[in-house]
Design a protein around this ligand. Structure first.
Ligand SMILES: *Cc1c(COP(=O)(O)O)cnc(C)c1O
Length: 369
């Protein structure tokens, strides 16, 4: 048996993640310039200026290995969240924490429950570990917690929830979540991905950290958050998980000692305290979302009500609209990979970016009529 023959089918059949082209390449190919990217839910204001300064001041320390315990960042974040430090773990983006959790708690043959049209990374990671994903359809573009609870079997080890969900931007609310928790035993790891937590304005939005000890009972909830969105640090790759200390402790053993790079730690620590950048980011998002909703409604296009920093729009042939916008220098995300061929997902940008997108969309939609 050759080395290649020994690679299991679940590895061979993985479909590689399709990365977008660098913006410079797209511009060269189409002979355009000044294009805007509204495709990856990045912060349109850029990184926190305090984070930029913190990194600039310490570039000459880059020959040193990072702090393997993220000491200062962990201390600051634990204080901010009101949790003990042993309940926090950092990752090379929250995506690494998804992988660490699955590697720690799933074996080949185990099952995970994931929503159809939830973040594709969950399924990818589960498959790479030899696990099986049970896919549960959304209801009104939202996680159907009732159906997800029903899908649990004795083989289920992990349940993935994204709140708000990507690519729909929708949330489930407190009552539903509490009913769902009643049906989940503590032997199941419930991973709640809250990458867009800070953007949500709804008063009934459940903060899953508050439920980690619920009605006196321990639930095995692992909450994922990130510095990639609100804090504008996607390029540095840093996210974190909050969970019961026993769960976090096991994941600490599995992770690489220097999984979070030094610049990411400096920047995240500074960004955490940058109240002004956070305030402006949320304000720009709120104004931008209101503007996009209004303009999309005028165009008569269907949209999904979003609580995050992006919006799902029904445009007809999503791939064609994506291509046409691309040629006009506006990069959005087609949704074929999510089984939503009629849709595009658009990140809320600055006001200039939003109005440029709407102008180009108007032209493209007219052409299609
Ligand atoms: C953007 C996003 C993340 C963030 O991933 P990082 O690895 O922290 O950059 C996580 N989950 C969802 C659903 C997202 O959309």
């Amino acid at each position: 048996m050759s080395l290649l023959d020994r690679v299991p089918e679940y590895i061979r059949s993985l479909v590689p993640y399709e990365p977008g082209k660098p913006i410079e390449e797209v511009e060269r190919e189409y002979g355009i310039e000044g294009s805007i990217k509204l495709a990856s839910n990045e912060n349109p204001l850029g990184p926190s200026p305090k984070a930029v300064k913190a990194v600039a001041e310490r570039v000459s320390d880059l020959h040193l290995y990072p702090d393997g315990d993220s000491f200062y960042l962990k201390r600051a974040l634990a204080a901010k969240l009101g949790v003990s430090q042993d309940r926090l773990i950092f990752g090379n983006g929250s995506n690494e924490l998804i992988e660490l959790a699955v590697r720690t708690f799933m074996r080949p043959g185990d099952e995970a429950i994931v929503a159809h049209r939830a973040f594709v990374i969950y399924r990818l990671v589960v498959q790479a570990a030899g696990g099986a994903s049970k896919i549960v359809p959304l209801k009104d573009f939202t996680h159907d917690l009732e159906a997800m609870a029903q899908a649990i079997t004795p083989k289920t080890r992990v349940v993935f929830l994204a709140n708000p969900n990507n690519p729909t931007g929708t949330i489930y609310r407190r009552r539903e979540f509490e009913r769902f928790l009643e049906r989940i035993s503590a032997e199941i790891l419930l991973i709640v991905d809250e990458a867009y937590f800070e953007y949500v304005g709804d008063a009934d939005y459940p903060n899953s950290i508050a439920y980690q000890v619920y009605q006196g009972e321990g639930r095995t909830i692992l909450t994922l958050r990130t510095f990639s969105k609100l804090y504008g640090l996607a390029g540095l790759r840093i996210g974190y998980a909050v969970g019961p200390k026993e769960i976090v402790g096991l994941m600490q053993r599995v992770r690489q000692p220097f999984n979070v790079n030094a610049a990411a730690q400096w920047a995240a620590l500074a960004a955490l305290d940058d109240a002004e950048h956070i305030r402006r980011t949320l304000e720009v998002n709120r104004e931008g979302m209101e503007y996009l909703e209004r303009e999309v409604d005028k165009l008569g296009l269907k949209r999904v009500a979003s609580q995050a920093n992006f919006i799902l729009l029904r445009v007809g042939d999503g791939r064609a609209v994506f291509e046409k916008l691309l040629r006009r220098g506006v990069i959005v995300r087609p949704m074929g990979a999510y089984d939503l061929p009629d849709y595009i997902r658009v990140t809320v940008g600055t006001m200039m970016e939003n109005s440029r997108f709407i102008e180009e969309l108007k032209t493209v939609v007219k052409e299609n009529e």
